[in-house]
Design a protein around this ligand. Structure first.
Ligand code: SF4
Length: 450
């Protein structure tokens, strides 16, 4: 009879840690040890008992740099397999010039990069009893969908937004780490990956599109390579890949063939915010709106079922009736399928608060109602076109009344739902075909196709 091994029977890879420097470096070491332990690594007490040694360095004073370089040399002599991290790691050439034999060098607070280097040179045990943390990490979303954060911060300086002052400039994650996370998510049963950031199409700009290997192929840290990698996972597992916060830069065109052949969902969440060139200028928005309209028409010719979701602000300081009407007619022309609309509000610290021409509240209110009425009309038209079609539905919830899911055109939480009345035998995460029987401004009703 098969027997489950206990933890003492499973070989645990052992990592030795040499921690130098100040309390902040010590906290970094603690965090790294926590991650290592959670993934099933053991911590070795000495060089001889370690399969690999991590040296967390200090580079504050010359004496500390010397001490760090000596410690790396000692670890190399005693053990041979050494990864270096910490403050001196920010000057990788100082380390590699003196010790060319080190396996990898990462900078301070780069926990993810340290873990990536450890995984590369000493793979984690893969028995689930050894790991206290699920391979896909802890998530707060339902089991069948997950957000995949590809970067922090933003290089834009929109006048109504304080995110760059809170989170700093764009800081992209390495593409291999992102794709590995996505792969782990699909292995854990995730059926939909939602790519998020502040500016998804700018991914990699800050790291000059640095290349890394994933699955034996070099990939650049850039939007197109990210989509290609995620598209590969879609091909293998069927998991949907949905792109959020994409700006309509020219290179977004690269993803259209991937949408056309089903590797990436034909869905783009683009926060346009407005269409009037005057308002966009006052908002300091990236991308040129005239070219954007052209681009949308081109995309639709290539991907006829493309769904565009966006958010808009009405009543921005200086917005005239003419600007607002520009927005309404642009909305019709671009056929934005899903739109959220916000009445402009001052945000403490945002440059737009100081602009002239603040719009009275009652005017904002009136414009908001006109915007929403037009949007409801456009969404309703779109839903009616779906009636009679057979669509893919990802099941989110099942109860005694039936099941609720989403089509490819619906992101969780923000878009519509698909209600299925006859839903026996379904469970969350199932991907089924259903024939649409009715629709309104946001939701569809459908019958499963057996
Ligand atoms: S609104 Fe978006 S793009 Fe503009 S600064 Fe804020 S986070 Fe960046």
């Amino acid at each position: 009879m098969a027997r489950t091994p206990n933890s003492t029977e499973i070989a645990q890879p052992k990592v030795g840690i040499v921690s130098l420097g100040c309390p902040k470096a010590l906290v970094d070491s603690e965090r790294i040890i926590t991650r290592l332990r959670a993934e099933g690594y053991a911590i070795a007490a000495d060089y001889k008992g370690a399969d690999l040694v991590l040296v967390n360095t200090c580079g504050f004073l010359d004496s500390a740099r010397d001490e760090s370089l000596e410690a790396i040399g000692e670890a190399l002599n005693e053990n041979g397999k050494v990864i270096v991290t910490g403050c001196l790691g920010a000057e990788a050439n100082v380390i590699t010039d003196r010790h060319p034999g080190v396996l990898a060098v990462t900078g301070p607070h780069q926990y993810e990069q340290v873990m990536t280097a450890v995984h590369t040179h000493l793979p984690a045990p893969d028995h689930p009893f050894v790991s206290l943390v699920p391979e896909s990490g802890y998530r707060l979303t339902p089991r069948h969908y997950a957000y995949l954060k590809i970067s922090e911060g933003c290089n834009n300086r929109c006048s109504f937004c304080i995110i760059p002052s809170l989170r700093g400039d764009l800081a992209s994650r390495r593409i291999d780490a992102v794709l590995r996370e996505a792969e782990q998510l699909t292995k854990a049963g995730v059926k939909e990956i939602l790519v998020i950031s502040q500016d998804t199409s700018a991914y990699g700009l800050d790291v000059k599109y640095a290349p890394y290997k994933w699955r034996d192929k070099e990939r650049q840290t850039r939007f197109r390579d990210l989509c290609e990698g995620l598209g590969e996972l879609q091909r293998e597992t069927g998991a949907w890949v949905r792109l959020h916060y994409v700006y309509p830069y020219p290179h977004v065109d690269d993803v259209m063939p991937m949408m056309a052949d089903g590797r990436i969902l034909p869905y783009l969440d683009i926060p346009f915010q407005h269409s009037s060139p005057t308002v966009l200028k006052a908002m300091r928005r990236p991308a040129n709106i005239d070219r954007t309209a052209e681009r949308i028409h081109k995309w639709r010719a290539e991907v006829p079922d493309l769904v565009l979701r966006s958010s808009f602000i009405v009543g921005f300081p200086g917005e005239t009736e003419q600007d607002f009407e520009h927005l309404l007619s642009w909305l019709k022309d671009a056929r934005i399928d899903r739109a959220g609309c916000f009445k402009y509000e001052n945000v403490t610290g945002a440059a737009s608060s100081a602009l002239e021409g603040h719009v009275p509240e009652e005017v904002k209110e009136e414009r908001w109602h006109r915007f929403m009425a037009l949007q409801a009309e456009l969404s309703d038209e779109r839903s009616k076109v779906q009636i009679g079609k057979t669509i893919d539905v990802l099941i989110d919830e099942v109860d005694e009344d039936g099941a609720v899911g989403r089509s490819k055109a619906d992101a969780p939480e923000i878009d519509g739902e698909v209600f299925l009345s006859d839903a026996t035998g379904l469970k969350p995460g199932d991907l089924i075909k259903a024939k649409v029987t009715a629709g309104d401004q946001s939701d569809l009703w459908a019958d499963p196709v057996t």
